[in-house]
Design a protein around this ligand. Structure first.
Ligand code: AMP
Length: 444
């Protein structure tokens, strides 16, 4: 199959040739004809599957061949993304695909001044890429009208809900014209996403290009058990031992990112960090420098976990496990992209056992554990497996102590002297792991 057989027009084929895309990926092969035929789409596609071109190419073609010229302060297509970085990246891809077409494209997001964005929208843009909050601001300030909108794309819809954008999406929904084409892309499909799809989509075609909630199998994944306080030391040790060249590291909190970056920089290691507290320009600069290999270690919160396309990233390290198990899939999706192989290493301490278990249950695999000599944890990480169970190790029977009362104390029971009480059951009843709250979270 070629892009030409999918019915794409010559200016798009020419752009794809320049980019070196020869064969459509599975999501592209399914999505392109469906979108060209005007269908709504509900697509389960992991990052790295080529989903951006899957929606952008047919969208560009429809906008070129159909519909009136864009009016002032209007957009003909809107692509909603969860983060500023993803909006920039999607916009860059769309602009590349559109390089031979007479269409205008633009990206708007928060964290930067709104005035230049309002100026730019005056003439209208054919394709607007936006994060939800800034889109609403622009709409409320009359800088943007949506009555000319032909197509809405919800990219990384699950991430938008995870980041707490459900209210914004409901508001945007009320701003949209009833007659439109809607394409929803999501790496994972929770009940909330299905609810959103039920509201927003009209008789959608379902596309699933990878098994639900299964991480890319091109990524070799393992876990190194370690005590929490020794994680920074272990990280530096593994980095030196493995001669890591370029690593994306995920930490749970903004403070965690800053602390690790400080530690690495203190050791003369070329590291930088991105998280929600940093100004947009600083975040973008760190990301650009990492992409250009000017920064060796980029430490990030989950704000960077989704959608960012960094070519040939060989390694992702989970310094902390994510609180929401599905974020694990997105994090490790930063490596092993477009058919390359990658590695994902998670440093796991005893506190994180329930998160580990939830990840194994979600990805339906028991992650291999590799103990690092000299870093064996004092606080053992209990065994886990893909069934979602945490297995407590048998407790060693305590040595009976001689007490003043002549009896022996054994596991809390008093027994007559000379008698040894039967040990407690050797394996504690297996405990079900609590399901993690996947509801709206605070914005990162
Ligand atoms: P995405 O999943 O849209 O973020 O795309 C992942 C990466 O695959 C990006 O670097 C794209 O440029 C690249 N890509 C997408 N489609 C193709 C294709 N058909 N052939 C080669 N590379 C592609």
């Amino acid at each position: 199959m070629t892009f030409a057989t999918l019915g794409l027009i010559e200016p798009l084929l020419r752009a794809l040739e320049t980019l070196g895309y020869q064969t459509p990926t599975p999501v592209q092969a399914q999505a392109i004809p469906a979108v060209l035929a005007g269908r709504d789409l509900m697509a389960a596609a992991q990052t790295g599957t080529g989903k951006t071109a899957g929606f952008a190419l047919p969208l560009l073609q429809l906008l070129t061949l159909e519909g009136p010229k864009v009016a002032a302060n209007s957009a003909r297509a809107l692509i909603l993304c969860p983060t500023r970085e993803l909006a920039e990246q999607v916009h860059a891809s769309v602009a590349e695909y559109a390089q031979h077409l007479p269409l205008t494209t633009y990206a708007v997001y928060g964290g930067v001044s709104i005035n230049p964005q309002m100026m730019k929208l005056r003439k209208g843009v054919d394709i607007l890429v936006a994060t939800p909050g800034r889109l609403i601001d622009l709409f409320r300030q009359n800088a943007l009208k949506l009555n000319q909108l032909q197509t809405l794309v919800l990219d990384e819809a699950d991430r938008m809900l995870d980041l707490g954008f459900s209210e914004e999406l409901a508001n945007i929904y009320r701003m949209l014209p009833k007659k439109r084409q809607t394409l929803l892309f999501s790496a994972t499909f929770s009940d909330d996403i299905r609810l959103l799809a039920g509201q927003m989509l009209n008789d959608p075609l379902s596309i699933e290009v990878s098994p639900r909630n299964v991480a890319a199998n091109t990524v070799k994944q393992w876990v190194v058990p370690v005590d929490k306080k020794r994680k920074p030391e272990l990280f530096v040790h593994l980095m030196r031992k493995g001669r890591w060249k370029q690593v994306l590291v995920f930490a749970k909190t903004r403070n965690g990112v800053d602390a690790l970056v400080d530690k690495l920089q203190g050791l003369g290691i070329n590291a930088d960090g991105i998280h929600g507290d940093k100004p947009q320009a600083t975040r973008q600069r760190a990301l650009d420098r990492f992409k250009a290999s000017e920064v060796q270690i980029l430490v990030a919160t989950d704000v960077a976990a989704r959608g960012l396309d960094i070519e040939d990233l060989p390694l992702v390290v989970n310094f902390d496990l994510p609180i929401v198990a599905e974020d694990y899939i997105h994090r490790i999706g930063r490596t092993g992209r477009a058919g390359n192989t990658g590695e994902a290493i998670s440093l796991v301490c005893a506190d994180e056992v329930n998160m580990l278990s939830a990840i194994e249950m979600l990805t339906r695999q028991t992650l291999t554990r590799k103990m690092e000599p000299d870093f064996e944890p004092e606080h053992r990480v209990p065994d886990t497996d893909a069934s979602g169970q945490v297995v407590k190790k048998p407790k060693k029977p305590k040595k009976p102590k001689v007490s003043g009362g002549g009896g022996k104390r054994n596991l809390g029971k008093w027994v007559d002297s000379g008698e040894v009480a039967p040990a407690e059951p050797s394996i504690k009843p297996v405990r079900k792991v609590p399901v993690f709250n996947t509801g709206p979270r605070k914005k990162k």
